[in-house]
Design a protein around this ligand. Structure first.
Ligand code: PLP
Length: 393
């Protein structure tokens, strides 16, 4: 029996279904587009909600020689599950257990000399050489050393490298507006990154990989590919530039669908208020369908419809697209199914990749957010079921 990552059998009422073959094939497509650069599949945040370990394995079988996580715990969980190969965890805080990273052969990142010092101390403690990727803030204004502090970071790392505690294997940065490939900030960031690389190389750094491209840059900014690209969203078959590129245009297909069964179907008269606050009311005698998913499962409350809220997110029911009627509650929401011939137990698809199924992008638009947030937020209580490959999830 297929079980989710918590070892549970899928419950019949609702599930997040993940097509691992889609993840594998999307990575293969991205690899083809990356030319001679290698692919680091980004699997942070439980693989954008798709399930860390199964998604990582599928990405590996699609040709991702590297995996990337934000926090160290994610990288260690991959190692504990037996996932090999190169693995970078880039988001750490003071006091992080870098010795665990070094011990588990996880590459780590540094944006400041004090991080270099902590990594080196951990390496001394474990007697192994740490592998470090130095990050420059080429303009995003998030992590990375400010350009003025880059020389100090590089020199601190080189001093430790000379001691043998660590090796500078990567130089890297991250884009602010790669989803708008023609934006001048991309050019400015590439110039700043190029200067930071040149300076580090002048000081004697010989990086194994230089990397800056996220999904959007992998798809639309070939000059940013360098030695390694770091796509996240595109691995899961979603477009980082939804206004310009649909997934199918670039050979990608969505891996996640969210499905449920109608828990109750009932006929109500015209003018019947629906769900908390009565933001919505039937405009005629109609059939209401109860979907057993709510914000406690990760359905955004912004998917609600009615007076003073959004349009309601789309849901496919027996071939017809309906919109969420009224407020999304903690565990459930309601659809106004008019005179559709539907029954309790019928399948509904919130979003997916199949014909006629709403997309995560449409959900994002209905909720005023990004597809990134839609797929990432489904809660652990909702089972993940895996389809599409023979690989053990
Ligand atoms: C999340 C993230 C990525 C992947 O971004 P996408 O837009 O999902 O491709 C790459 N690099 C870093 C540093 C990230 O935080």
């Amino acid at each position: 029996m297929v079980t989710d990552e918590y070892g549970r059998a899928p419950v019949p009422h609702a599930e997040v279904r993940v097509d691992l073959a889609a993840i594998r094939d999307n990575v293969a497509e991205l690899k083809a587009r990356a030319g001679r650069a290698e692919v680091m599949a980004v699997v942070k945040a439980d693989a954008y909600g798709h399930g860390l370990v199964p998604a990582a394995r599928a990405a590996r079988s699609g040709g991702a020689t590297w995996l990337g996580t934000a926090v160290l715990a994610e990288a260690l969980a991959l190692r504990a599950a037996g996932v090999g190969g190169r693995l970078l965890a880039w988001l750490t805080a003071p006091g992080e257990r870098f010795s665990d990273a070094v011990g588990a052969d996880v590459d780590v990142a540094a944006s400041a000399p004090w991080t270099v010092a902590e990594i080196a101390a951990a390496a001394r403690e474990t007697g192994r050489t740490a592998r470090v990727h130095l990050k420059v803030d080429s303009g995003l204004g998030r992590s990375g050393a400010p350009r003025a502090d880059w020389p100090a970071l590089v020199d601190a790392a080189l001093r430790e490298q000379a001691e043998g505690t660590l090796r500078v294997v990567g130089l890297w940065s991250h884009f602010a507006v790669a989803d708008d490939p023609g934006h001048s900030v991309n050019t400015e960031q590439l110039e700043a990154f190029g200067e930071a690389l040149a300076w580090a190389e002048t000081r004697g750094v010989r990086p194994e990989v230089r990397h800056v491209a996220n999904s959007a840059a992998t798809l639309a900014l070939p000059s940013s590919h360098y030695d390694l690209v770091r796509p996240g969203l595109a691995v899961y078959g979603l477009s980082p530039m939804p206004g310009q590129v649909r997934p199918a245009d670039v050979g990608l297909r969505p891996a996640m669908s969210v499905r449920a069964r109608l828990a109750l179907v009932k006929r109500v008269p015209a003018g019947h208020g629906v769900s908390y606050g009565h933001l919505y009311a039937t405009d005629r005698e109609s059939t209401l369908g109860l979907v057993p998913l709510g914000y406690g499962d990760g359905v955004p409350r912004h998917a609600s419809s009615g007076d003073g809220v959004g349009p309601g997110a789309p849901v496919l029911v027996d071939g017809v697209t309906r919109r969420v009627a009224g407020r999304v509650c903690m565990d459930q929401f309601v659809l106004d199914l008019r005179d559709d011939d539907v029954h309790a137990g019928d399948e509904v698809v919130l979003f997916g990749g199949g014909d006629g199924e709403p997309s995560a992008q449409q959900w994002a638009e209905a909720c005023g957010t990004l597809s990134y947030e839609i797929v990432t937020r489904f809660a652990p209580r909702l089972p993940r079921t895996y389809v599409g490959t023979e690989d053990e999830p």
